[in-house]
Every structure is written in structure tokens, then in C-alpha cells.
Design a protein around this ligand. Structure first.
Ligand code: CA
Length: 226
């Protein structure tokens, strides 16, 4: 299930930009342009993370953060235009998990969201082994096998296959796969994914030209068949 991010930001353009990038990264995004609306959404929708602008109409970011913190441990990332360190410290004291100073790049926001969510899950244990039909990945040991036969995968191939094996049937765009590999997406390199997929198929498919596991979804990307 997609994680839900609530973005509370009164500058509509910024809110939209952040929303687009987060949606591209696979999150469900709710936006509010006023602090009081943000608080209502935080209570009704129980998001997995809140991105909170400091200066907001209705209820300012610090008050919103303080109010949310009374009954929730949801991770909060503060956005602030003020480079004033005192503001950041107050935010962190109120229980914000991180802050980002404007102007920021939307990619930085995505990277921070990912890092904070990972931290919030508290190093949620990765399953030792991922299995799909005859495919097997030992995540801890970094080994792969097809029908019990060991296969040598590069770190990139391993990361791609692991991402798909964690969500069989889910269609990944090239950009999303690239993101799995590099942590940050560079649109210009989307086509390099095709080369990695081709190599992976050579290694894990009985007939790479008619793949059984990694299926091409035309116009979109790839998925592990389910
Ligand atoms: Ca603002």
C-alpha cells in the first residue's frame, strides 16, 4: 500500500511541485494550503508523514506541529524560508524530524521524505529472503538463485530484481527503477534501465526473448509477473 504524505504549504506552486515529485516517487499525496485545513487532514487521514511550511494562514506550522504531536508520532518535515537557526531548533524541539530550508529542490524533498520514513520505521527488518516462484534472493547475503541454481548478479541488477520481487505484479516505470538503484532519479538515464533489464533476463530467464519473470509493460516500464 502506498504511503500517504500530507503537504501543508500555502504557496500553491510549491505545494504542487512537491506533490508531483512525491507522486512520481510512488507516494499518495494530500495537500492543504492553510494550517487549520492541514490539521483537519492530519486528523482525518492519518498520513504517514507531514511536510509542513512554517508560515501558514489559519494556524502556523509550529502550532500545527505542536498540536499534532499531542496525540501522534507521525514524522514531520518542516519547510522554512527563514535561515534563522532559532526557528529550526524550535521546530525540532516541537518534535519535527527534519527541516528543509527554502529554496529547495523537489528531489531533495523526496530524498528527505524517504530517509525520514526509513528512520521512522526504525530499521524495520528486511526479510532475509525474497522468493517468487523459482527466483530466490538472499538479501542479507546478497546472493541470487533460479530454481536452486546460483546466479551472479551485479549490485544494480540485484537492487532492480529485489525491488520488483518486493512487489510482484506492480508496474515500475524506468524512472522508479532507476530511483531504486541510485536513490535519486536522473531522467536522462532512464534508458540505462533497459540495458540492466536485458542483462538480468539473460541471467534469470530460460528464454530471455520471451521472459517469464520480468515482463515489459509497453509505454510504462517493467514488472515481475504476478
Ligand atoms: Ca508559507
Amino acid at each position: 500500500m502506498k504511503e500517504t504524505i500530507l503537504v501543508v504549504e500555502d504557496e500553491v506552486k510549491i505545494a504542487r511541485l512537491v506533490r508531483d515529485y512525491l507522486e512520481n516517487a510512488g507516494y499518495r499525496v494530500l495537500t492543504a494550503h492553510r494550517g487549520d485545513e492541514g490539521l483537519a487532514l492530519a486528523r482525518s487521514e492519518r498520513p504517514d508523514l507531514i511536510i509542513l511550511d512554517l508560515m501558514l494562514p489559519g494556524l502556523d506550522g509550529l502550532d500545527l506541529c505542536r498540536t499534532v504531536r499531542r496525540d501522534s508520532q507521525v514524522p514531520v518535515i518542516m519547510l522554512t524560508a527563514r535561515a534563522d537557526e532559532a526557528d529550526r531548533l524550535i521546530g525540532l524541539e516541537l518534535g519535527a524530524d527534519d527541516y528543509i530550508v527554502k529554496p529547495f529542490s523537489p528531489r531533495e524533498v523526496v530524498a528527505r521524505v524517504r530517509a525520514v520514513l526509513r528512520r521512522a520505521r526504525g530499521g524495520e527488518p528486511e526479510p532475509e529472503a525474497l522468493r517468487y516462484e523459482d527466483l530466490e534472493l538472499d538479501v542479507a547475503g546478497h546472493t541470487a538463485a533460479v530454481a536452486g541454481r546460483p546466479v551472479e548478479l551485479t549490485p544494480t541488477e540485484f537492487a532492480l530484481l529485489a525491488a520488483m520481487m518486493r512487489a510482484p505484479g506492480r508496474v515500475f516505470s524506468r524512472l522508479q527503477l532507476l530511483d531504486q538503484v541510485q536513490g535519486e532519479a536522473y531522467e536522462g538515464y532512464e534508458r540505462t534501465i533497459d540495458a540492466h533489464i536485458k542483462n538480468l533476463r539473460q541471467k534469470i530467464e530460460a528464454d530471455p526473448r520471451s521472459p517469464r519473470y520480468i515482463v515489459t509493460v509497453y509505454g510504462v516500464g517493467y514488472k515481475l509477473s504476478a
